[in-house]
Design a binder for this molecule. Sequence first.
Ligand code: GSH
Length: 229
Amino acid sequence: MLKFYYNLGPNPTKVALFLEESGLEYELVPVDTRKGEQFTPEYLAINPNAKAPSLTDGDVTIFDSNAILLYLGEKTGQFMPADTPENRGQLLSWLMFIASGVGPYSGQSVHFQRYAPEKLPYAINRYRFEALRHYQILDNQLAKSEYVLGDTYTIIDMAAWGWARLLPVVLDEESWSGLPNLKRLVDGINARPAVAKALALKEHYTFKTEMDAESNRYMFPQNIDYKAG
Ligand SMILES: N[C@@H](CCC(=O)N[C@@H](CS)C(=O)NCC(=O)O)C(=O)O
């Protein structure tokens, strides 16, 4: 049985979407990162990066949301483009683009606007700009076809959805007006029954929500000896 190690962040949520879309059976294992559960030796053996999500499939361990999407896509053959070298090149290009650009820039945009102990205009401007630039590239691609890789709903759309659905948090609600094609994709995916099931994971376990000293210590250890100003 698959074991899905998750929290309620955008990266686990895109994996939850695949699991619900595919109908695979899986066991849920919450990883409460604000309580430091990502640092147990057992969890680090699965995910040396100490983040969620991770997946185990028997003896196979996979960490990083986009790697998990690719693993599950290849394992099941679902939500993958037809298997040709051209399609695989495109699949990997967009998956890497999301993994190395959309995700990190979006995450840092949220971090510097919401969690950084100092409000640094340069950092906020840099990450908002780069996040928006990446969303515009997705939007341009989606002007050409219904989904990122053409007419077929694939793991790339799920990967993009994981962060793009949070655009109002990463940037602001108004930013949707310049991204009509991405908005169409997100609205279309949001309407799928699997999304309601993926988002219902929040009913399964009550994660710690307070950003108290313990949460800060586990999530932002770089601040332990750091004094703003
Ligand atoms: N590249 C990783 C990033 C994982 C990641 O940052 N996960 C967040 C949730 S979206 C997390 O576990 N945060 C807790 C922490 O940073 O301590 C992936 O795509 O899986």
